[in-house]
Write a protein that binds this ligand. Sequence first.
Ligand code: GDP
Length: 456
Amino acid sequence: MPKLPTVAIVGRPNVGKSTLFNRLVGKKLALVDDRPGVTRDRREGDAILLGTEFRIIDTAGFEDEDPETLPGRMRAQTVAAVKEADAALFVIDARAGITPLDEEIARWLRSETTPVILAGNKAEGKAGESGLLEAYSLGLGDPIGISAEHGEGVADLYEQLAPYIEREEDPFAEEDVPEEDRPLKLAIVGRPNAGKSTLINRILEQERLITGPEAGITRDSIAIDWEWKDGEGKVRPVRLIDTAGMRKKARVQDKLEKLSVADARRAVDFAEVVVLLLDGTLGLEAQDLRIADNALQEGRALVIAINKWDVADNHSSLFQGIRAALEEGLSQVRGVPLIAVSARTGKGIDQLLSAAFEVRDIWSRRVSTGELNRWFERAVENNPPPAPGGKRIKLRYITQVNTRPPSFVLFGTRVDELPESYKRYLVNGIRKELGFGAVPVRLHARAPKNPFGGGS
Ligand code: GDP
């Protein structure tokens, strides 16, 4: 069974974390006693919210104590729970307003990479209004008003949690294996005769095959597992997709079988990283750009290799020419890694694999909310959003909601009216200034609900 997404509830004692936990788990499981000093273990349960299941962890409170003491150790557990969670649900007491401990917790949460949802509890009726307003000062975005005891604010809570708990099945997920050790899922695509089969055969001659080919990853394709020794001598597993029998084809020299665009698409579906192989004796053509563009549209990391380097002329102008044509033709992503290879001699294959691993790391990266928003404030200050129809678009903050590919959500008022050109400005900034380099980056804009509007 795939692991359920996890949400960690955090907050100072007595804000209603246990009541909320119980409401989400739907059982009277917890001892509802949040008095400071009443110790309890961190509790976990399967929660369900508007039909979506997730795992919820009620952390043991957040006492600001020396790590040697019991409350200090509980704090260490809370930190660990948040680091592992898909989202942290930070609960404050909307009636009591913001306390110094709330501020300290917020400071810590802002420095973590885990996305944070801020909930002001005990907000039934009008009682929590001023506390919710104060909560904006925590710098964690728009607080939502809830009442764990009366079951209010469920819809708003769901809306905020949805991006983290409603995750699509990740076809690449492999439980409990650090990404470094997981096989790199690689597809080699390109026009017929670019040299794909030759390259695959050359790679497999050099490398250690782990298992025999495995049929049926997609129709007409097989997966080949092997190991590549990187520059530091570390063994890195690779799982290569071989569409339309590219490997067999080279062996039997069956030149009639052409890799169709449909084959390329199937390979892209499977892959984390797509290598587009160009024929260096022919240069870059429109169909190459289409294949590259499709891989990026699908959110895959891309590396481009110029093959037949051994027989290509004018190496430096060929390379520069293709680089320039890519910058022009793939305007959505700049600086895609470009590597010269020869499937015949084996030149460049190590650089190609090393670039593929590197680009997967970037594709899987998460930036901390703090770093992200420090950049964001500057970016908006340097180039404020326009005011369509004289009405101002107000941008409040940005969150990274996903990786593989990196995806961000922008919050503010009227953000849905943000012009494409402005979104491109932000996406380019994310790439250039936050190190997302040449991978596709997604940016969604949404307008948050007024926390006081419409009840629950
Ligand atoms: P595919 O259709 O992309 O799988 O292309 P193939 O691997 O069948 O290669 C097409 C032709 O290009 C064959 O005649 C190969 O021998 C040749 N070829 C492939 N890679 C290289 C290379 O690096 N250098 C040279 N000189 N020829 C290559």
